[in-house]
Design a binder for this molecule. Structure first.
Ligand code: NDP
Length: 286
């Protein structure tokens, strides 16, 4: 806390969620079900390799088994699809995560469509996005799911609240907007063609920034007492990581705000593990 302003501790909330997942996974193991996440990594992009390593570590700590499938950057679409098909057919695999982005020349949409929706723990299969759009979600994309958990932990009233989501990607912006709307917030979705973004932000009590532009959302756009979730991860020329929101300005006005790093970021892997355990429960009838 700074005065009556809360810096939302994503690291602590993610640790709490991972502990909950570990408890659920341990209970499943007692019944002879070992929740298992298969991670498919194609090529040798160093950032992707780092993500996969941290997912693997967090999974093991949460009593979730991990199977790594590494393919060379030269892998063909057919080879990748064959791996996904094998994992779809393997009853011991509960969740399939194909690490994105894929190397150039591979069609990630086709790969996502090939994943069994019952194992789509990233929540990006059109079937799962469709359920979300219908307001009866099954698997929810991990970062948006993490954002909703943060709002719940902070005790934000969503019913009737005015929310603005900046960014409309399938990965982040659109699913967050749907989740907020499903929770009865009144949602405005902004994007690169939005006219007068500062005015849209000023009207909101809940602001979710998912743009990918360093510190684009300025403090004076933010109405006193609002809640700000900053999804952005941007590397500066100096090598530091900053969000999409100018934190030092925004923290003067927001009631609660996520920092970058250690805000939204840690929630993503925790929600991936939660989805994997949910998949195990649904698939194996526990
Ligand atoms: P995308 O590039 O897919 O989408 C960015 C969105 O921002 C688009 O909808 C785009 O609009 C909009 N946009 C771009 N410029 C402006 C502008 N000047 N004004 C308003 N809107 C603008 O990014 P993602 O959704 O995948 O990711 C967004 C950020 O979140 C990135 O920094 C990414 O690294 C981070 N991220 C963080 C995660 C985490 O775990 N914390 C997970 C995933 C992403 P348009 O549609 O018109 O092009």
């Amino acid at each position: 806390m700074i005065g009556n302003r809360q810096i939302i501790d994503g690291t602590a909330i993610a640790a709490k969620l991972r502990a909950e997942v570990a408890t659920s996974a341990a209970a499943l193991r007692e019944k002879g079900i070992a929740p298992c996440l298969a991670v498919v990594l194609v090529g040798d992009d160093p950032a992707s390799a780092v993500y996969v390593r941290s997912k693997t570590k967090a999974a093991r700590e949460a009593n979730v088994d991990v199977r790594d499938h590494k393919l060379p950057a030269t892998a063909t679409q057919a080879e990748l699809m064959a791996v996904v098909e094998r994992l779809n057919a393997d009853n011991e695999v509960d969740g399939i995560l194909v690490q994105l982005p894929l190397p150039a020349g591979l069609d990630s949409d086709a790969v996502i469509r090939a994943i069994d929706p019952a194992k789509d723990v990233d929540g990006l299969h059109p079937t799962n996005l469709g359920y979300l759009a219908q307001g009866r979600p099954v698997f929810v994309p991990c970062t948006p799911k993490g954002c909703m958990r943060l709002l719940r932990e902070v005790g934000v009233e969503l019913n009737g609240a005015r929310a603005v989501v900046i960014g409309r990607s399938v990965l982040v912006g659109k699913p967050i907007a749907m989740l907020l709307s499903n929770a009865n917030a009144t949602v405005t979705i902004c994007h690169s063609k939005t006219d007068d973004l500062p005015s849209e932000v000023r009207r909101a009590e809940i602001i979710v920034a998912a743009v990918g532009r360093p510190e684009m959302i300025r403090g004076h756009w933010i109405t006193e007492g609002s809640v700000v979730l900053d999804v952005g991860i941007n590397r500066t020329a100096e090598g530091t990581i900053v969000g999409d929101v100018a934190f030092t300005e925004a923290v003067q006005r927001a009631r609660a705000i996520t920092p970058v790093p250690k805000g939204v970021g840690p929630m993503t892997i925790a929600c991936l593990l939660e989805n994997t355990v949910e998949a195990a429960v649904r698939r194996r009838g526990a």
